[in-house]
Design a protein around this ligand. Structure first.
Ligand code: SF4
Length: 653
């Protein structure tokens, strides 16, 4: 056996209570890595076609990466995978903190759950012994309380690591996630509802299994060289000056290739909120349910969410396991809660600019409410934006909203609505399954205001500003996610410095170049997808990947940890395989890739008449057809071709 991974998973049937170890052949790791790749391999093998995502046949995986715990850096991410009840197809989400190494130290690369328990249970794995335990007294508790209770039960100073769902997952909200580290969230794809449907409240891990590494000295040397880049931190702007940076990027006649080292400096200083005001100004952040622009949430309003507002409340830095950067923080609060994880950029803008809400205090509060409920802040914000627009247009009235008067920027109503969503109460019950499901029930043309792709609410990066986001929102097996690719990501990954034959972007280029549809765009999008699959298989953090492939050596770490001798090109082929099996998973489960609809607003159809993205539209059909073709999938249907499946060793769907 090569090293780095544990070579086995635990399969738990929650209907029968059977728990069994399954050895995973080396060839599976060589072809799929661990993390999302291993998850894709297992789910493709075990979930029957057409399985109900909330039924016993769905399989939920909780997996760690090949590099986690090996002495590499930026490799503390764990992933949850399953058939998504939100999109009906492949679902995945990942999260940091310190749960990922606990998966491997418990002796396994992952846990896979099938069946459905009759009563609430949690899985405890302690020093190699796995047991299902009664979770009746935990059912109804929020994610923070659940974790505290489970940790308090352990004797001695060393506490177990916990991943759990909150009330949102228990109540089968289709936008529920899975939490660890007191409210960090693997949020997307609605997989918290899958866990809830199985009556699985938590996974509790302790153990000290050894993680073997092929070449420890090489790992150390690679990590030391990488750390130098991360610790490079010159003095930087105050947060209030990020607005003019965004303004400059907007008015400059040319685009400029971005080096992720600059973003690293911002991340280290502020975290992801570093981009708040700059993104709004340059047109990266969608405003007013994607119908507005930077003009609606200009500097006077967006100043209230400038990066310093969040930084100034930080009482403690927060690092995921093995992360030398530490983009997270714990922030103080007054009122019902004393502290919360520093809200992420996605959270601030989903609950801020998207709703024209300039009240930062409400964002701190709702961040904690949603983290405790175990609900995705992006989908929640998107669903609230949908409801406000429906109200403003007379599709919803006070009769439908339990008396709430919903208006853009009306903070009290926004807070009350989110509180109703997490309780599934009245109008909140309707919205707790996301905007697309709500629109289906409401009708009356409300579908036009659910800004989604494949029924998942879109994140806070505007595809009219970077059409590369549009390709991934539309064409990823898990649509509507920002953590895969864009032209900006391609620039920051800098893979052309490691992989032969890839296009290198010009330092300055006319902005119109981003909207052209040549083959280079398809190559860039495909490479982003495949590289991120490798990073996810390694347990890596995309923010690390942004610093550049030469500086953050995921390929070299993989070889040194496992003893493999693969080239970067071979790793990208593994990424292609993971992408293709996820697409084949969707086809097997009845998803027609060509019928996934990315909302017209995200495509600039019609183009906006004012603001940063005025006049822009995205030629999505051509971009996506080229992207599919690049993977060896049919360019009109998006279905992987037989020759591609054969080449990659994947069974036909
Ligand atoms: S950069 Fe941030 S999210 Fe990524 S591993 Fe470090 S602390 Fe975690």
């Amino acid at each position: 056996m090569a090293k780095g991974y544990m070579g086995k998973v635990l399969v738990v049937n929650l209907s029968t209570g059977e728990i069994r170890e399954e050895a995973v052949p080396d060839s599976v790791y060589e072809n799929y890595l661990s993390g999302m790749g291993l998850g894709a391999y297992m789910l493709y093998k075990h979930i029957p076609a057409g399985a109900d995502p909330l039924g016993p046949d769905n399989m939920l995986g909780i997996v760690s990466g090949v590099l986690t715990g090996t002495g590499s850096l930026f490799t503390g991410r764990w992933m949850v995978v399953g058939k998504s009840p939100l999109t009906g197809g492949w679902g995945d989400a990942n999260c940091g903190g310190d749960f990922a190494p606990a998966i491997k130290r418990s002796g396994y690369d992952g846990f896979f759950f099938t069946g459905k328990s009759k009563k609430p249970v949690y899985l405890e794995v302690k020093n190699g012994k796995a047991e299902l335990k009664d979770a009746k007294d935990l059912w109804g508790k929020d994610t923070v309380e659940t974790e505290e209770i489970l940790k308090s039960r352990a004797e001695g100073p060393k506490k177990p690591k916990v991943a759990c769902i909150g009330p949102a997952g228990e109540k089968l909200s289709l936008i529920a996630g899975v939490s660890n580290d007191g409210g960090r969230m693997a949020a997307r794809s609605g997989l918290g509802a899958v866990m809830g449907s199985k009556k699985l409240k938590a996974v509790v891990l302790s153990g000290a299994a050894k993680i073997e590494v092929h070449d420890k000295e090489k790992m150390k040397a690679l990590s030391a060289a990488c750390n130098k880049w991360v610790q490079f931190q010159p003095p930087f702007l105050p947060g209030t000056l990020t607005f003019p940076v965004g303004l400059l990027l907007r008015v400059l006649p040319t685009g400029m290739a971005q080096d992720g080292l600059l973003y690293k400096i911002m991340l280290k200083k502020w975290g992801t909120v570093s981009m708040n005001q700059a993104s709004i100004e340059m047109g990266d952040s969608p405003i007013k349910n994607w119908g507005g622009s930077n003009k609606d949430f200009g500097p006077m309003r967006s100043f209230s969410v400038n990066p310093d507002v969040f930084k100034n409340r930080e009482t403690k830095k927060y690092h995921c396991f093995s992360c030398p950067l530490g983009c997270g923080g714990i922030c103080s609060m007054t009122g019902k809660f004393t502290h919360t994880h520093k809200p992420e950029y996605e959270t601030v803008l989903s609950l801020g600019g998207l709703l024209l809400n300039e009240d930062a205090e409400s964002i701190f509060y709702l961040n904690e409410v949603l983290n405790r409920a175990g609900m995705d802040t992006i989908s929640c914000g998107g669903s609230v934006a949908f409801a406000i627009e429906c109200f403003e247009r007379g599709i919803l009235t006070e009769k439908d909203t339990d008396g709430l008067v919903l208006k853009w920027g009306k903070t009290d109503a926004i807070v009350a609505l989110v509180e109703k969503m997490v309780k599934r109460e009245g109008i909140g019950d309707l919205l707790a399954d996301g905007s697309a499901a709500a629109a289906k029930k409401i009708g009356k043309g409300s579908e036009d205001f659910a800004v989604c792709s494949g029924r998942q609410e879109l994140p806070m990066h505007d595809s009219r500003n970077d059409p590369g986001f549009g390709v991934h929102y539309y064409a990823e097996p898990s649509p509507g996610k920002h953590t895969v690719g864009s032209y900006l990501y391609y620039e920051m990954f800098q893979l052309w410095k490691k992989v032969k034959g890839l296009p290198s972007p010009w330092l300055f280029y006319p902005k119109s170049v981003k909207y052209k549809t040549g083959r280079d765009k398809a190559v860039m999008s495909r490479v982003c997808s495949s590289y991120v699959n490798v990073v996810n298989g390694a347990g890596g953090c995309i923010f690390g990947a942004f610093i550049g492939a030469k500086r953050i050596p995921f390929f070299d770490w993989l070889n040194a940890a496992t003893g493999w001798n693969k080239t970067p090109e071979e790793y990208l082929e593994i990424g292609d395989r993971i992408q293709t099996i996820r697409q084949a998973f969707n086809v097997r489960h009845g998803i027609d890739p060509a019928k996934i609809k990315l909302h017209n607003r995200a495509l600039g159809r019609p183009p906006q008449t004012e603001g940063a993205n005025a006049g822009r539209s995205v030629p999505i059909e051509t971009l996506v057809a080229n992207y599919w073709a690049e993977f060896g999938w049919d360019e009109t249907t998006g279905v992987p071709k037989s020759a591609t499946l054969d080449r990659l060793g994947i069974e036909a769907p």
